[in-house]
Design a protein around this ligand. Structure first.
Ligand SMILES: Nc1nc2c(ncn2[C@@H]2O[C@H](COP(=O)(O)OP(=O)(O)OP(=O)(O)O)[C@@H](O)[C@H]2O)c(=O)[nH]1
Ligand SMILES: [Mg+2]
Length: 236
């Protein structure tokens, strides 16, 4: 079936950022090429580099908005994504990282599945290319397994790769869950999809898009021990 809205204007791509000046422009160019006339919200937590200028000066057909969270009290990937969803005016949204680790080429597949009626489309990392230290591999594997287990025990909707930051869904479904449970999300954490699945009790039609995950080539990772510890605590 052909998507009914081929210019993607009912989709908002949400990109949480913290110092991604090396990649954000290339990512916006790719989005424009691949899903023309989509909307983009860059949810930034006070980057000290040129991320803000690059986003605000971006010229193109896509409608790009810079959500400046610099002076907010709470910072974090999860709260940035939640704020962007609450601001979102389109039927669908998709979340992806700003460091080019998620393939923009896969966005039409996510969109097609939303148009086909799935409530949640989750990215599923089938391969990691590049060098990933053994401790990152192990951590990802254990977290993936424990995350799934935590959802099975709670009898919640599940996805294959709970650690993937690449996913798409229906805006209103999320707005409702965020309004009901905002404080129960780990707001300064990383795993917004896991928190949502833990908190959302209604049945969802879930589908997946397989993708190859690239390791970071530019900029710096923001993941740290505190974030990992918060995730493990949130399992229980
Ligand atoms: N708004 C906001 N964005 C963040 C924060 N921490 C990370 N990000 C962004 O979230 C995305 C994922 O963060 P990364 O540091 O790449 O995490 P990761 O991909 O798990 O780790 P690497 O593989 O090492 O890159 C990137 O676009 C970051 O810029 C934050 O506290 N606030
Ligand atoms: Mg990354």
């Amino acid at each position: 079936m052909k998507p009914s809205n081929e210019n993607y204007s009912n989709l908002t791509v949400i990109i949480p950022t913290l110092n991604e000046e090396k990649t954000i422009s290339v990512l916006l160019e790719k989005i424009e090429r691949i899903i023309p006339r989509a909307n983009v919200i860059v949810a930034d937590d006070g980057s000290g580099d040129k991320t803000k200028e690059l986003v605000e000066d971006f010229e193109g057909n896509i409608n790009v908005r810079f959500l400046d969270r610099k002076s907010e009290q709470v910072h974090g990937l999860t709260i940035s994504v939640l704020d962007a969803i609450m601001d979102c005016q389109t039927k669908y949204f998709l979340v992806m990282d700003g460091d080019l680790q998620h393939p923009a080429e896969s966005l039409p597949q996510f969109y097609k599945k939303l148009e086909d009626g799935f409530n949640l489309v989750a990215g599923n990392r089938v391969e990691v290319i590049g060098k990933w230290p053994i401790h990152r591999k192990l951590m990802s594997y254990v977290a993936r397994w424990l995350g799934s287990f935590a959802l099975i025990v709670r009898r919640r909707n599940r996805v294959k790769d709970i650690m993937s930051g690449l996913f798409a869904s229906e805006t209103n479904t999320w707005k409702q869950t965020i309004s009901d449970h905002r404080e129960d999300f780990v707001l300064d954490g990383y795993k917004v999809l896991f928190d949502f699945l833990k908190l959302h009790k209604m049945k969802l039609e879930v589908s997946h898009v397989n993708y190859v995950f690239g390791t970071r080539n530019y900029g710096e990772s923001k993941i740290n021990k505190k974030i990992i510890w918060k995730f493990f605590k949130s399992l229980f």
